[in-house]
Design a protein around this ligand. Sequence first.
Ligand code: G6P
Length: 501
Amino acid sequence: MPSATHAAPLEYDFVVVSNRLPVDRVVDADGIDAWAPSPGGLVTALEPVMRDADGAWVGWAGQPALELDPFESGGIHLVPIALSADEIENYYEGFSNDTIWPLYHDVIESPGYHRVWWESYVAVNQRFADATAAVSAQGATVWVQDYQLQLVPRMLRIARPDLTIGFFNHIPFPPYGIFSQLPWRTQVIEGLLGADVIGFQRVADASNFSRAVRRLTGNPTRGPAIEVSLGTEPTRRVIAKSFPISIDARSFEALAREPRIQARAREIREGLGNPRTVMLGVDRLDYTKGIAHRMKAFGELLAEGRLNVEDVTLVQVASPSRERVEAYMNLRDEIELTVGRINGDYGTMSHQAISYHHHGYPRDEMVALYLAADVMLVTALRDGMNLVAKEYVASRFDEDGVLILSEFTGASDELKRALLINPHDIDGLKDAILAAIAMPRRERASRMRTLRRRVHEFDVARWSADFLTTLDQAKRGRFQRMSPTELVDELEWTLDSRKAH
Ligand code: G6P
């Protein structure tokens, strides 16, 4: 419960900190300021947690130089952080999305290393830490999210040693050979080590992180435990392990069961000319998503006459993202050129090869699209998790539809009965597309049943409960008292039970 002190502002026992608030300030068609849900998987994942916890959420409102007082929206207390136009350029577009993002995604694009970007990242992280310290009650639990805020845990610990601090990295953590390119690698590692519990999507991400800790700080690690001693600070035990994120599976299924959504799914198929097979891709327009790879595979199948536009349509939803970053502008040009070429070469008056949409859509429309799609294509070259894959599965209560899933997504660790592919292997991808289209109903149902069991059991409520339980145990000093072997047993339990599942 929020507790008011004599001097406002309010203080909270639970505080989430992320670069974006769950809502963005937008100007609607009539020129009136309004709030719209902000993009990306993070907000979708955390919204239900926040509604239950009655905590505060610290973040940016998505527009330059917007100074706003704390306010409430959809039952969540929001604490806006202002970013200047320069900070958006240097901290957000620069260091976060043109240094860390490509570096952490296997350098698919070259990261830029610029000192002014780094300086802005430090300054903005400090602002987030200060604002969080100001709204956190004595002994509060703070949960910091994602790569834009890696320095916040240590900054907060220095300012407020009474807090319990969690950090969750939603994107991959790269192997040391790649991470070590970063000129500020030690500062980033030390920033993260300010947390009590550091969560990653995959087991491989957590072990990449532990290796970077050993190499850069010399601090010993054993399984999920890191014995942190930095400078003259007393030694603390920090936990780093995987907590694969998920979605609110039940709400997707509930929507999919609504007759109006099913009617909309039929309407979508009719609008496409009722092809025998509808294939679907849904992504932020990002170079990590492998959109060009799936189009290449589809284009070749059409060129070879192994598929025909009368029979198969690919619907590609590519939601606009980070549009002022050059790599994203180039990607948009490349994808739109490819769509134009494929449609020009193979489209007929009545059937387009690719139905391309450069928009985001509300959840109702997304679920209708999932129901309309016989084949879902997730071909990311690297992806922390990929929640779209889980949304598709959760929506298919009819136990139909085939998921083609890149083995370079976090989701592939869990969704093993999808058709797993290497998106760089275009021939393999083409074979998987043909196999998905030809797959008999019984096999589709059997695969989908297994996928659905997984997504429903390990949903977002389970994810946040796992993370917050671990954080609570850290708060009560439980891990500090255990021997390393006991700790491994205790914390690996969840992991092993998942593997056995
Ligand atoms: C990914 C990141 C999130 C981010 C989202 C949208 O899901 O993990 O932290 O919010 O992309 O990107 P944007 O740059 O628009 O916030």
